[in-house]
Design a protein around this ligand. Sequence first.
Ligand SMILES: [Zn+2]
Length: 334
Amino acid sequence: MLFGDRKAIMLPLHHKRIAIAAASICLILIFSGCSGKASGPKFDGENAFKRLKQQCDFGPRPLGTNAHEKTGDFLAATLKQYADQVFEHRTRHNSKSTNRAYTVRNIFGVFGKDGKRWVLLLAHWDTRPMADEEIDHAKAAKPILGANDGASGVAVLLEMARLFSEKRPNVGVIIAFVDGEDFGATPDEMFIGSKAFAQYWKDVMKPVSGFKKFDYGILLDMVGDKDLEIHREMFSAQKAPEIVDKVWKVADELGYKQYFKQGKADMKYMIQDDHLPLLAAGIKCIDIIDFDYAYWHTLDDTVDKCSPESLRIVGDVVTRVVYSEPAFADSAAE
Ligand SMILES: [Zn+2]
């Protein structure tokens, strides 16, 4: 079992929440050199917030709905304004729970070509078809709007796409909007798009000129909460500690200590999310997520719970990380 050594202290599996005694964690953290002071164009939180609202204007966006289809088209069209190349990887999902087949769309934007290094930035764009954290049964059967859980990560990446179109980073960047993260009630019907991507990523990336492998990946999920508080996620810290350190060091440099909790003893959650299939496929991918969000999987996950400022803080950090990357790997840092 992948995380068998933790089994004894894991509570029953719950999507995105495995509460665990943080104090018992002892990690060997490898410090990577966070190279350079290079900063790119400025991340605009208001622009990102506009992107969040645009997605929510389509309504709830679960698999198999018109709103889902329209949102996918909107994301592909918007990426095309900025990226060198945009393409989709579509798969079918035959659901055991609904007896229906669904089209699952992973949408990719490529920035740069023939790069020696490639960074993957991803977020899920679908929203949950049921509000299963609602106590009231009638409410629990309804789909959520997913302003934070869905739209926020995509919003940050769309604003970053605009920045990359103004100034290309030294490294190649692939933005991936993955689908079907939040579809099912159980993990076998979740992370559908990222599982398909993880399984076929070498084939999926074939259209990208000069692509060989991802140096690392950063997943953004639930990063729009007005009350932003991001802890190091434990799977990420176990499997890709140098990437977690790289991101948290930049957050510290930018003065965002209060939002990106710095203490390693502050780790609170092991979160099942889209980074796990990628990690299992050998791509070092971390999850940046603020799981302290009272409206998670409820009908109250709405635009008013999010803020431009939170999107800007996360956007600033990830933007700085990407623009700081040298075109060639610094051997000391690898
Ligand atoms: Zn969710």
